[in-house]
Design a protein around this ligand. Structure first.
Ligand SMILES: [Zn+2]
Ligand SMILES: [Zn+2]
Length: 229
């Protein structure tokens, strides 16, 4: 079946167009793994990306981990996955996750055995138009690899402009303010959450989602992203 599919719809590299796979070997080498984790607030290095005790904010983010730098190659790959609806491209990216990422997430799980994953949702209109949410696929992958339950408590009620098109940090914050609500009325049953997004740039989106989750009873909110701008 897969053979037939590959024959009818040959895989081409989502960055350079080379035939054979969605991310060819030469483009794989151009993906730059994150080597040092930084505090979400002060951006200085921090163990496992945990927020320094002195940098903590009420209803804020407690830690952040990312896999790759959001360089031009990854930018093009993620864009093409979105617009050509090439979900298998994401699966190929998952296979390239740095081994340290697995160790770090396993460590988080040891600290908080009830850790659940929660993806940054798309607005229902955009979800319908695209058919899938990249962040949701990443969350599903984490569930498969680590057994993290999937919370899916957040709902996006504002169909915001893509954050990447908002240039100023201030504007991004205004754009995302009050974009999320809890999809269920009852308090979330999970207390420790890994918020999943495809890309983190200023962090305005995850900060807003963390604020909503904490206002509704979450004790710790960590962030996991595929790429970091
Ligand atoms: Zn390539
Ligand atoms: Zn800090």
């Amino acid at each position: 079946m897969k053979f037939l599919k590959d024959l009818l719809f040959p895989r081409t590299c989502l960055n350079c167009g080379l035939l054979g796979s969605h991310i060819c070997l030469s483009c794989q080498k151009k993906l730059k793994r994150i080597e040092k984790d930084n505090c979400f607030y002060c951006k200085r290095s921090g163990f496992l990306g945990l927020t320094h005790p002195a940098c903590k904010k009420p209803n804020g983010v407690d830690g952040v981990l990312s896999c790759f730098y959001y360089n031009d190659v990854l930018k093009k790959i993620l864009k093409n996955i979105k617009y050509r609806l090439t979900r298998e491209g994401l699966t190929e990216l998952f296979r390239l996750f740095p081994e340290e990422t697995y160790h770090k997430l396993a460590y988080y799980k040891r600290l908080f055995p009830d850790l659940a994953v929660e993806e940054i949702p798309l607005h229902s209109a955009r979800q319908k138009q695209r058919g899938f949410n990249q962040s949701g696929d990443i969350a599903a992958f984490l569930t498969m690899s680590f057994g993290f339950p999937r919370a899916q408590n957040l709902k996006r009620i504002k169909n915001t402009f893509p954050q990447s098109q908002q240039t100023k940090h201030r504007k991004r914050k205004d754009n995302i303010r009050n974009a999320f609500i809890l999809s269920k009325e009852k308090l979330i049953p999970v207390r420790h959450i890994v918020l999943v997004d495809d890309v983190i740039t200023t962090g305005a989106t995850v900060a807003e989602a963390a604020r909503v989750l904490k206002k509704h009873g979450a004790l710790k909110v960590f962030v996991f992203t595929l790429a970091k701008g």
